[in-house]
Design a protein around this ligand. Structure first.
Ligand code: SAM
Length: 263
């Protein structure tokens, strides 16, 4: 169960009405029952129910069951599409272990507004269901121009463009040290495997932080394509010969990245 409060030995956790309803009404839990809690920061904790009422309740933390497991340092940047499909993209990005989810307003984006709080709640639910201890932050909608103007140094971008079909495959697009003037890739922190412990997201296998960019239903405009292709940190990538829907493309791109650069 996800909670906002800090978790630590002996910590008392008051429950919201919704949480109390879920635990005691739906799950039929009672005083003395163990519950696993996480907050996206302190790992997973075994807590025990000390107060169980219909509208409120309390738990006390006993012991940590998992440390905080940081995800790969991968951002999923995507142009929001229809509501249900946008929800799907956020959910899948959180399940696939994205470190951050960035909705982007592009020339052909059809939804100018998003409910950031709703999308963040979807990310929490997805992390909950896959037993994760980390919850990716969902940013507010940002214009593509601004995102690129404020791009963090060193972060590589996998720019997914269906116009590239048949021209360049993902593995060919990988920066085999041509990026950053051939400098050695920085060392990967943390190691790999489920037991790694690190305080920051883990760079890709090439030692770099990454981002994926997926366009809206209408794809990218020619001006955007030209701008993106000229960026030294962007690597234009085909996801195969068929034009995928944006939500399919997001999952396909994350899978490719995980397979080649993630763990
Ligand atoms: N009209 C469809 C829809 O309603 O979803 C297709 C949308 S496609 C243009 C949306 C985005 O998915 C593109 O901007 C691109 O980022 C990505 N995409 C889809 N197929 C792709 C492919 N074969 N290669 C690379 N990217 C692709």
């Amino acid at each position: 169960l996800y909670v906002e409060q800090g978790l630590g030995e002996g910590q008392t956790i008051p429950l919201t009405k919704e949480q109390a309803h879920y635990l005691f009404g739906v799950m039929r839990m009672a005083v003395g029952d163990p519950v696993l809690l996480f907050n996206g920061r302190d790992g997973e904790w075994r807590c025990v129910v000390t107060v169980a009422n219909k509208r409120n309740g309390e738990l006390v933390c006993e012991a940590q069951t998992k440390p905080l497991q940081m995800p790969p340092d991968l951002w999923l940047c995507f142009a929001p599409i229809k509501k249900a499909r946008t929800d799907f993209i956020v959910e899948k990005a959180a399940e696939m272990g994205a470190a951050r989810i960035v909705p982007v307003n592009t020339d052909f984006t059809n939804s100018e507004r998003i409910r950031q709080d709703r999308l963040q709640a979807h990310a929490v639910e997805a992390a909950e269901q896959c037993g994760g201890t980390y919850v990716p932050e969902v940013s507010d909608l940002v214009k593509l121009d601004r995102l690129l103007a404020e791009w963090p140094e060193g972060r590589q971008l996998m720019f997914c463009d269906e116009a590239e079909v048949g021209e360049q495959l993902w593995l060919e697009a990988l920066p085999s040290d041509r990026a950053e003037g051939g400098r050695e890739a920085p060392a990967r922190r943390g190691g790999s495997g489920a037991d790694r412990i690190a305080s920051d997201p883990i760079p890709g296998r090439d030692g770099r932080p990454w981002a994926i960019l997926i366009g809206p239903e209408g794809g990218f405009s020619e001006a955007e394509r030209a701008r993106l292709k000229a960026l030294p940190f962007a690597h234009v990538v085909s996801l195969g010969p068929r034009i995928l829907r944006a939500d399919t493309a997001a999952v396909a791109a994350m899978t490719l990245w995980q397979q080649s650069l993630g763990d």
